[in-house]
Each structure stands twice: as structure tokens, then as C-alpha cells.
Design a protein around this ligand. Sequence first.
Ligand code: F6P
Length: 553
Amino acid sequence: MTEGGRVRLDQLPEWKALAQHRAELGEVSLRELFDGDPKRADRFGLTVGGLFLDYSKQLVTDETLRLLRELAVATDVAGLRDAMFGGERINVTEDRAVLHTALRAPADAVIEVDGEDRENVVPAVHAVLARLSDFAERVRSGDWRGHTGRRIETVVNIGIGGSDLGPAMAYEALLPYTARELDFRFVSNVDGADLHEALRGLDPATTLFIVASKTFTTIETITNATSARKWLLDGLGGDASAVARHFVAVSTNAEKVAAFGIDTANMFEFWDWVGGRYSYDSAIGLSLLIAIGPERFREMLDGFRLMDEHFRTAPAEENAPLLLGLLGIWYGAFFDAQAHAVLPYSHYLSQFTAYLQQLDMESNGKRVDRSGVPVTWQTGPVVWGTPGTNGQHAYYQLLHQGTRLIPADLIGFARPVAELAPELAAQHDLLMANLFAQGQALAFGKTPDEVRAEGVAEELVPHRTFPGNRPTTTILADELSPSVLGQLVALYEHKVFVQGAVWDIDSFDQWGVELGKVLAKRVEPALTEGAEVPGLDGSTAGLVARYRALRGR
Ligand code: F6P
């Protein structure tokens, strides 16, 4: 029993039933599962909004799925889900509500945050959205002018983590929907090279900076924003009033925004109940909103909303985030899978997996349960991947023939984007043929007999055999529209939620990022001034000394 009164996950009868079931399944193969059930592909498919999920190539039977759903019931996933949607403070270590779903609620919804006055947050969400939309239209139309009276040509988003990955990913994903006459750049790294490269060739008179930071204390962002302000003022003759026309802020912290020198009239607000990695559909998405315009942004929010409603109301058997979450738990716990690959067959989703890394690994990279007791089961996997087909010529070898089991999601679209020239659009079939072929090869492999039948020399047979049984979910949509992107992101948000709920961890804090931040602050004066750092270990002290010597200090 945990302190919170919940029976520990691995002591639950439902968990033990799954362990027993796994033992009984033994070396079950996807070939057998398909051979024994011609209707498997029809049954193990799910349509939600514009997404179709084929999970027939998962190493599961009806019984597995039933037992996994029972585990979800035993761990009260639905109860925690309803608490989240209801504004309860389910982020226990920060005592905060988790209400990113309110960001996409319709204007007439009532969502109250648990607290003294149980305030309905929806009017504030829509008020900020209206201000954001108005500002975005002004920049897009050229009504918003820079200090010298010229219109804005480039928008530079300065932020990191959730204040960068979301807008950067979605901007890339929705490039065909963007105002192409505007240029967008994203700066995150405290490495000065990032800002240097982003500012190359830009004219301060036509550049707008969005400083995006929930806390407005993040060292990378504040350092880059300070350097960007200097670049701007140097370029515009040093008149400090120029800042007001070239800098806007997105934050929950008005005080810090003002202290930085940005007029809070140029600040767009969000709230502490929006986690950084769940924030790109809040004001943090301002760069994206300028890029695609309010109408497309609304379509994206509606896509999120569609998946929210599905997650909230669909029965367990048809609930896509629940299913994906439970499948991940199955492989982590009973196949010792350490990783999960997300492999989009879309050039426009080149940042999607990087975005998911924060969403998943910052949320579920936890080692103690919600009451602080170390867990004795696996939590979040290593999430990784890049767009196919590039990955096929790099690391898919390990997926097919390596010693590790790495479940994967293959994401593809029926239609190429409309603006492609006919000869480029024609390449789409080849792209998708690769996706389908990979799912097939991973699942069914190639037996030694099949290899031999091709006349391969006996000593090469083991090398050319593919064991198969590598599970995948294929997610297929018509096209990568703003709505479909919203649906996809919300699908993964809720999948991560389901896993955190079952694992009994707080998916909404991120204390694990703190130690490095504190130590960096302590070490920096040692690099710059040779200051003594009390208690510095021998290895780090040696590296610091070597660094200083290399820098001639
Ligand atoms: O360091 C991790 C983190 O706190 C993330 O959770 C967050 O998205 C990122 O830093 C940026 O934080 P902020 O938006 O406050 O600058």
C-alpha cells in the first residue's frame, strides 16, 4: 500500500494477471496471431476524428487487451482523468491543477480550477486568445510596424523546452499553411551560435522578437533575450523606446516581464495550470498563430478538443490514448522494452519526435510514485526517432535485427501537401510504400526457410534472417492539416497521461531538471573568474581547470 492508500501497482491482482498472461503467451508470434485470426486487422483498428490507428501488429491478443483495460480500471485512470478535466490539483508536488484541456475548450464551457474561489478559467482563455489573434492579424497585415515605421518581416521566438519545442514543431508541421512572406526563426540554445545564426541577415527594423517563458527566469531565454535586445538597439541607434515595437513577451510572470523591460501591455498571459510541455496551444503558440493565422489556429485547437472529448468519453475498448498508453505499459513491464520509437513518414513532422521527447520523458521520467516511494516497475521509455525514410538508412537495422525490442509508431498521411509540384506529389506513393513495408517487415520478418528459398548460401542465412515480431502501431490520416496535428498532439498528451496514471507517478512536475541548473550557476564563476567552488569533485574541478587553460585564463 502507498501512503496515498493505493495498492502498489505490482501488487495488484490485475498486474499479476498480466504477468501470468505474458508467461502463457511465451514466444507468441505475429505470424501466428494473424494466421489464426483472419479478421485481426479489422478488429484491431480504431478511427478517431481524422486518424486511423492500426494496432493489429501489436503483440497482444483480445485477452491481453482485456487484462490491460482491467489494469486501467484498477488504477482508476478514469478517475484521475476526470479530476484533470475537472480542474483538481492533480500535480501533487507543485499543488497545481493541470488544465491544458481548457486551452481548447469552447467559449461557453465552464471549467473551474480547484481553489479558494473556484474560478471559471474559460473566459480568460478566450480573452487572451482574442488579444493574440488581434496581434497576429496586425503583424500579418503589416498594421503592426517596427520602430522606424517598417513592417515586420521576421519573427524570432526566443524560448526553450516547452516554450520552444511546441511552436517550432508545429510551425514546421504546418509550413504549407503559413504566411510564406514572413520568416520565422526559433532560438533556444544558450550557445551564442544559435542566436548568431538566427539573426544572420536580419534587419532589426523589420524583426519582431517573442520572448516566450512561463517563468521568465529561465537562464537560456533571458540571456538570449538580453543579447537580442542589445542587437536590436545597436542596430536601431540605441533608442530604448524601440524595444516596445520589437519585443513582446509570453509568460505567467508579469513582474519579471516588466523587470526585463518589456511593457506588460505587450505581454500575453497564460497560467500556472498550463505545464510548459503542454503549452503550445496557449499564448506560447504566438509565433505559430502569426504564421498560420487565427482561423487555422482555431482549427488546430478544435483538433485538440476533438481528441480531448474522445479521451474523456469514449469507452475503454475504443479509447485511442488509453490503448496506446496501455500498450506502452505492456512492453515496458513484460517485455523489458526500454525505448519507444516515433517514426513519422512526413518531412513536415521532422520536429515531432523531438517535441514528444519533452512531452513524454519530462512527464514520465520519474522514479518515485505520487507519495514519494520508489517505484519497482518501469516508468517512461526513451522516446526517439526521426522521419522515415531517412531512419531506414541509419538505425532501422537495429530495429529489425538488433537484440532490443523497440515498439514503434509509424505515422503517415494519404495525401501529400497540395502545393507540391506534380512530380514531387508523385513521390508520395513511394514514401508511403516504405511506411507500409516497414510495418510489414518489422512484424513478420523473414524466416530462415524463406531466405534459403532465395538461394542464399547457408552461412549467410542467419545474417539475412529477420525475426520479426517487432510491434508497431500505424497511424494514418488523410492529410497533415492543423486539425489533424492538434488531434495527434492531444493523442500523445493523453497517452502520456494514461501511463503516468497507471504508474502512479506525477506526470506534471519536472524536478529532475533542477539540479543541473543549480550546479551550472555555481560552476559558471569558476569558469569566468576562477572562483573557488566549494565541494567541487575532482573530475569536474579538473575539467574546469583544463577549460580555463585552453581559454588562456
Ligand atoms: O527546465 C525545464 C523547463 O522548466 C520545462 O519544463 C519548460 O518547458 C522549460 O524549462 C522552459 O521554461 P520557461 O517557459 O519557464 O522558460
